[in-house]
Design a protein around this ligand. Structure first.
Ligand code: PLP
Length: 381
């Protein structure tokens, strides 16, 4: 049985071209970028090149790029670091109701420190509209965080309007762009954002490395104390091979963005069309059009997400119940609840996410397997 991987939103494989670029930095150019000798200088030069490349792809300046251990750290740092730096100005933070737990938990942690946090509600498609954001904001709001694209249902947020609403009233605007990076052509000036997070393993780079973009002039407290790395804001010896790999992965993604996007969009639309046509009681979650090119998320009436995922896994199809970190638990999805689904429905969400190497034949076969799993589970009731 050939397995079909449809969980690219959880993680992607390392592109062999990226692996090749990284290889010399494991053993040949192994120096510590902080060391005062040739080995150190060669390592720091690779890190500088990677920083310049990532900055130029994102329309940023090199000094605005900070390397982190991935999306979770970047999200935590953006929320906690910016809130701490702004605490004298105001202690109110707004985040979208459907944010990733890396953002929600970071915001919640601020509540123990005297901040108050409001959630910007979404409509039934998972969109945070301008008026919903405005309704959540207060005079003392210092930071607003709304993701570029949702990791469960793929809904794309109207970032230009949201960023304008936040920034016009004097708050910083942060976006978690982890799911969008490598698929959409991100640029930190269009729409203008103050903080933005990326994670390399979502765009065919290595795991355990990411970026926090911090607009020049925006003050942010450090999260990890220790050495003087990353302009004294993030201690820890840099993971040079991973940073080199992430820069190459992002470069390739931008170079191939048009073909990757067209391919993912056509797979997604083909898959969604067939599922809705062939499987009775299938409901699409998220926005019908303004959604990530590679995302399809459904509820199948009367079926629990967990049981369907197990059946699919046994039949060789790898899908997900939403956020990878919360799969394995029977908690209803906070994303589906925020979109107005019932508790029972919010336990039923199943996400299929496609990658640059997924074929139409695999997508079609997955629909047939999905259809027979759904039929079997319904019969066994
Ligand atoms: N933010 C979003 C939207 C994500 O989808 C993820 C990963 O699933 C993260 C943050 C966390 O990223 P990382 O796995 O690099 O910690």
């Amino acid at each position: 049985m050939e397995e079909i991987y449809l969980d690219y939103a959880a993680t992607t494989p390392l592109d062999p071209r990226v692996a090749e670029k990284m290889f010399p930095y494991f053993s040949e150019v192994f120096g510590n970028p902080n060391s005062p000798h040739g080995w150190g200088r060669r390592a720091v030069s690779a890190v500088d090149d990677a920083r310049d490349q990532i900055a130029s792809l994102l329309g940023a300046a090199s000094k605005e790029i900070y390397f982190t251990s991935g999306g979770t750290e970047s999200d935590n740092w953006a929320i906690r670091g910016a809130a701490h730096a702004l605490a004298k100005k105001g202690k109110h933070v707004v985040v979208g109701a459907t944010e990733h737990h890396a953002v929600l938990a970071a915001a919640q942690s601020l509540e123990k420190e005297g901040f108050s946090v409001s959630l910007a509600e979404t409509d039934d498609y998972g969109t945070v509209t301008e008026d919903r954001l405005a309704a959540a904001m207060r005079k003392d709001t210092v930071l607003v965080g709304v993701m570029t694209a949702n990791n469960e249902v793929g809904t794309l947020q109207p970032l230009s309007q949201l960023s304008k609403t936040a920034r016009d009233s004097g708050a910083l605007f942060f976006t978690d762009a982890v799911q969008a990076a490598g698929i959409l052509p991100l640029n930190v000036n269009d729409p203008a954002v103050d903080l933005l997070s990326l994670s390399s393993h979502k765009f065919y780079g290595p795991k355990g490395v990411g970026v926090l973009y911090v607009r020049s002039g925006v003050g942010i407290d450090g999260l990890i104390v220790g050495g003087r790395q990353e302009r004294g804001l993030r201690g820890g010896t840099l993971n040079v091979p991973a940073i080199v790999g992430m820069a190459e992965a992002l470069r390739l993604a931008y170079e191939e963005i048009t073909t990757r996007r067209a391919h993912l969009t056509s797979l997604r639309d083909r898959f969604i069309g067939k599922v809705l046509q062939e499987i009775p009681g299938a409901l699409l979650n998220g926005h019908p059009k303004d959604r990530l090119p590679g995302n399809a998320n459904f509820i199948f009436e009367g079926i629990l997400g967990e049981e369907l995922l197990i059946a699919l896994d046994l039949a060789g199809v790898a899908a997900s119940g939403g956020a990878a970190c919360s799969s394995g638990s029977l908690e209803p999805s906070h994303v589906l609840l925020a979109m107005g689904r019932t508790e029972a429905q919010a336990r039923g969400g199943v996400r299929f996410s496609f990658g640059k190497d997924t074929t139409a034949e695999q997508a079609d076969r997955a629909v047939q397997i999905l259809k027979s799993c759904v039929e079997r589970l319904r019969l066994s009731r």
